[in-house]
Design a binder for this molecule. Structure first.
Ligand code: HEC
Length: 447
């Protein structure tokens, strides 16, 4: 389904404006690469391990997925839908192209082509159970209200937890915005290693997404800074700062919450969300500072009824940087976004990340593995490109008959990306570059 949609919007987008790489990304598909018949595929031996590893974190009792996928009976009932969702790469919900750009990502949820083919073959061959003796032992999961950075990433408990103020969410009604301001309660500057936002157990079904930004008291006045801590959205992990960098948490800062709530049939009394900060010890001085910022794409957003559009924005830094993560943002008409780097000295243009199947339900931040995160020399140009589809073939489009412009309502569009960057100096840039080259040479030498 998704593939068909991509085809149709691609046809309507002016071809001249589409970089060649995008076309390549859409032209190849898993199916072609792996068409040979597999031996008899069974649930217990072949499929259950894939579901344990990649699906049950959300598809189990009480988690955000609409059904459990633990037992054979549960999975059997959904077999055709499972095949559809995994072959169109809508599930697991991690939209990021597999055949172009940096592929080593932290907390990457994507299945391998072999895993997708195993599931497809299992369904095509009749979704057999197989020998119950092959069934792997049940996977143990952390409690639903545990921090994921603690449970999955070995970060220990957060050093500071800041709760939003309680709000009672009615069972029915309009969407709500809840924007309390809460002091963090630190009296000296500290440095951040990681951040995670956690809804309550009862609230996780109604909190659509939540922003946490930093406010600081200056001369008795509360100033909102451009900095953001993190954006929570279901399925998203949070922020992991690379080990050689840190984010500043200034003394006296506040968390400004901005929580988007969508009543869901059940009243939730006195709900609170929590943000956890993992910090370096007091007195710690980081090598480099990282910042998370909203990089806007310039130009007007002007999307005609039944039309498509493309926008492009550019940014250069006056010092070398490392790009640590990329989170495309948009609303219901945004369908694809890419991040490229142009090197004026060589004329080379490098595709870093392409999301050609973007969808607003999953606001995922793609965190690059530290040894591949792009190192950007002074003067190189970051290019962000976004594609919009306001036709009826976009299944998320609420109304193809209206013109769409820039705005913050869900019915308007936006064109920016949240990008975490480590700010380097020339010496640091050369050192990181040399370390990577040495690592590559070693990998080559080792065969
Ligand atoms: C990060 C959480 C998460 C992960 C991981 C995940 N899912 Fe889902 N899944 C959801 C949510 C939430 C929905 C409902 C909303 C939607 O369809 O996007 C869903 C919907 C589905 C549906 C459609 C159900 C329906 O009735 O429409 C299927 C099928 C599915 N998932 C299968 C899978 C499989 C198979 C995997 C692993 C290969 C997987 N999911 C991994 C969260 C997840």
């Amino acid at each position: 389904m998704k593939e068909k949609r991509s085809d149709s919007w691609m046809r309507k987008v002016a071809w001249a404006s589409v970089p060649a790489v995008v076309t390549v990304a859409l032209a190849s598909s898993y199916g072609q690469a792996l068409s040979q018949e597999m031996a008899h595929v069974t649930f217990t031996r072949d499929v259950a391990p894939i579901l344990q590893q990649n699906c049950q974190i959300c598809h189990r009792e009480g988690a955000i997925g609409p059904m459990s996928l633990i037992t054979y009976e549960q999975a059997r009932r959904y077999a055709p839908l499972i095949k559809l969702k995994v072959t169109t790469q809508e599930m697991p919900p991690y939209q990021y192209d597999t055949d172009v750009g940096i592929q080593a990502l932290k907390s990457d949820m994507r299945l391998s082509p072999e895993e997708i083919e195993t599931i497809a073959q299992w369904v095509d061959q009749g979704a057999a159970e197989g020998d119950p003796a092959d069934m792997p032992p049940a996977r143990r999961f952390a409690d639903l209200d545990e921090w994921r950075l603690t449970a999955e990433f070995d970060y220990g408990q957060p050093d500071i937890v800041v709760e939003s103020k309680p709000i009672t969410i009615p069972a029915e009604g309009q969407d709500l915005w809840w924007e309390p301001l809460v002091p963090i309660g630190i009296t000296a500057d500290r440095y951040i290693r990681a951040i995670e936002v956690k809804p309550s157990l009862a609230g996780r079904m109604v909190v659509h997404h939540a922003n946490t930004t930093m406010s600081v008291m200056e001369d008795g006045e509360l100033k909102s800074m451009r900095g953001r801590f993190t954006e929570y959205a279901s399925g998203k992990l949070g922020e992991i700062v690379p080990s050689d960098a840190a984010r500043l948490l200034p003394a006296g800062s506040y968390v400004r919450w901005s929580i988007h709530i969508h009543p869901n049939g059940k009243e939730v009394v006195d709900d609170v969300m929590s943000v956890g900060f993992w910090l370096y010890p007091e007195g710690y001085e980081p090598e480099y500072l990282q910042s998370l910022r909203n990089y806007r794409l310039e130009g007007d957003l002007d999307i005609a009824p039944h039309g498509t559009a493309m926008t492009q924005g550019f940014h250069t830094w006056d010092h070398p940087v490392r790009i640590d993560s990329f989170q495309p943002h948009g609303h219901l008409r945004l369908v694809a976004k890419s991040l490229e780097i142009f090197y004026p000295e060589t004329g080379e243009r490098e595709m870093v990340s392409m999301v050609s199947n973007w969808n607003a339900w999953w606001q995922i931040s793609h965190i690059y593995e530290e040894n591949v995160a792009p190192l950007v020399p002074t003067g190189a140009v970051m290019i962000l490109t976004a594609w919009y589809d306001n036709t009826e073939s976009n299944p998320h489009n609420p109304d193809p008959d209206v013109w769409v412009g820039r705005g913050s309502r869900t019915a308007d569009e936006m064109s920016h990306a949240w990008i975490a960057v480590t700010h380097l100096d020339d010496e640091g840039y050369e050192r990181l570059k040399a370390a990577r080259e040495a690592q590559l040479a070693q990998a080559d030498g080792g065969g």
